[in-house]
Design a protein around this ligand. Structure first.
Ligand SMILES: Nc1ncnc2c1ncn2[C@@H]1O[C@H](COP(=O)(O)OP(=O)(O)O)[C@@H](O)[C@H]1O
Ligand SMILES: Cc1ncc(COP(=O)(O)O)c(N)n1
Length: 271
């Protein structure tokens, strides 16, 4: 399926190009999706960490949203870094009005360990944004926060996914296993069944922006009309290839590669 489609990312920036809005737009472009962006916070960051953050005024975030939705069709939304509760409130309103596929990456802490969301906003994100999501894509620490569970193995991941759907109200949950040992195995719970997406672990330090890139790829595929399980499977191939072919730059955790990644260029085990 490859109809023309558009996707909007609502997130923070990364001037070094590996994460945030920049990673999302590169991913949309690579997946032949017309990419649009609303910026929540401007972040001075690179592969070594976050140096500074400027939050945009909430009214201005709302204006950016209006500029897009009043003029253009959007086939799927994604949110990444949303630092404050006020920001979350205006985004929530818009997600309810639009009622379209909504991929929510509950970004809390960067790969570098820097905190990207104010402490008080975490509960609001869990209680007010998670229920609106078509799919929530936490890594292990984010899933532990959302569910209050300790996650050490596949059974724990599955339990957390069920809590996010049945107790917190998301339509589906994808728990990413990048932070566990062994194969890079992710578990999707769609409200009825579990699906796993696994790839051999790649020996790399180029993990800056993996979560952003993965969720942006899911958004692009949902915007094209793929069913959830198929969209996640294709996005898993994309992130695996992006990690494998990473451009080795920067002095810390380098970026993944978004250019020239084609679904058929990588091996992903689906079982
Ligand atoms: N070293 C790796 N090799 C292969 N896949 C990985 C590796 N690290 C992470 N992944 C995959 O990248 C995606 C992002 O996962 P994760 O690192 O857990 O999220 P985040 O970037 O939000 O912390 C998941 O599909 C995960 O399985
Ligand atoms: C603006 C912004 N959003 C999100 C991340 C998380 O990146 P990662 O995918 O490495 O956890 C980041 N570093 N910066």
């Amino acid at each position: 399926m490859s109809k023309l489609s558009s996707a909007l990312t609502i997130a923070g920036t990364d001037p070094s190009g590996g994460a945030g809005i920049q990673a999302d737009l590169k991913t949309f472009q690579e997946l032949k999706t017309y990419g649009m962006s609303v910026i929540t916070s401007v972040v001075a960051q690179n592969t070594t960490g976050v140096q500074n953050v400027q939050h945009l005024p909430v009214e201005f975030i709302e204006e950016q949203l209006q500029s897009v939705v009043s003029d253009m069709p959007v086939h799927a939304f994604k949110t990444g870094m949303i630092a404050t509760k006020d920001m979350m409130q205006v985004i929530r309103k818009q997600m309810i009005e639009q009622n379209l596929p909504y991929v929510m990456d509950p970004v809390m802490v960067a790969t570098s360990g820097d905190v990207l969301i104010v402490e008080e906003a975490r509960g609001y994100l869990r209680d007010q944004l998670v229920p609106l999501a078509t799919i929530v894509t936490p890594n292990i620490p984010e899933a532990e926060f959302l569910t209050g569970l300790e996650i050490q193995n596949f059974d724990d991941m599955k339990r957390a996914a069920k809590v996010i759907v049945h107790d917190l109200g998301a339509t589906s949950a994808l728990i990413k296993g990048g932070h566990l040992e062994g194969d890079a195995t992710d578990w999707l719970y769609d409200g009825n069944d579990f699906h796993t997406f696994a790839a051999d672990r790649i020996d790399t330090t180029s993990t800056h922006g993996t979560g952003c890139t993965y969720s942006a790829a899911i958004t692009a595929y949902l915007g094209k009309g793929y069913e959830l399980v198929e969209a996640v499977g294709l996005a898993k191939k994309f992130i695996t290839a992006a990690l494998k072919h990473a451009y080795q730059i920067g002095h810390g955790n380098g970026p993944t590669n978004h250019w020239g990644i084609r679904e058929e260029t990588n091996e992903v085990k689906n079982y």
